[in-house]
Design a protein around this ligand. Structure first.
Ligand SMILES: [Zn+2]
Length: 121
């Protein structure tokens, strides 16, 4: 089974950094924290794709009241009815290929800068 045409087109249009988020998870960083109506809204933001995770915590008890996400436009595969295992495999393979290409180009560049290096032998 392979990914649907809609998902293939969506993956091809995703920025490389977003594919890393889809496959490996987000790169969270604290963004803001607000006290509102008896609860804290603790907001963390992904450094790659700008997705925000909003955790709502009861200000007195610490109970987690809710957690929800605000995604940038195009991040979710809307209209596809949810991702299948084949879709996730496509995301994973795309991520691996992009990572491999990035690492190979860095390695190649370092070899070009040090043609006489013992490490390159
Ligand atoms: Zn992200």
């Amino acid at each position: 089974m392979s990914a649907s045409k809609e998902v293939i087109a969506w993956v091809e249009a995703l920025p490389a950094e977003w594919i890393k988020c889809r496959d490996d998870g987000h790169d969270w960083k604290d963004h803001s924290c607000h006290l509102y109506d008896g609860a804290y809204d603790v907001i963390r933001k992904c450094q790659r794709c700008t997705t925000e995770r909003i955790k709502v915590v009861h200000a007195r008890t610490g109970e987690r009241l809710a957690t929800y996400y605000a995604y940038p436009e195009g991040y979710t595969a809307s209209g596809t009815g949810g991702l299948t295992e084949a879709d996730r495999n496509l995301l994973r393979l795309t991520n691996v290929r992009q990572t491999s290409a990035t690492l190979a180009s860095v390695k190649d560049a370092s070899h070009r800068r040090r043609p006489g290096s013992q490490l390159a032998a």
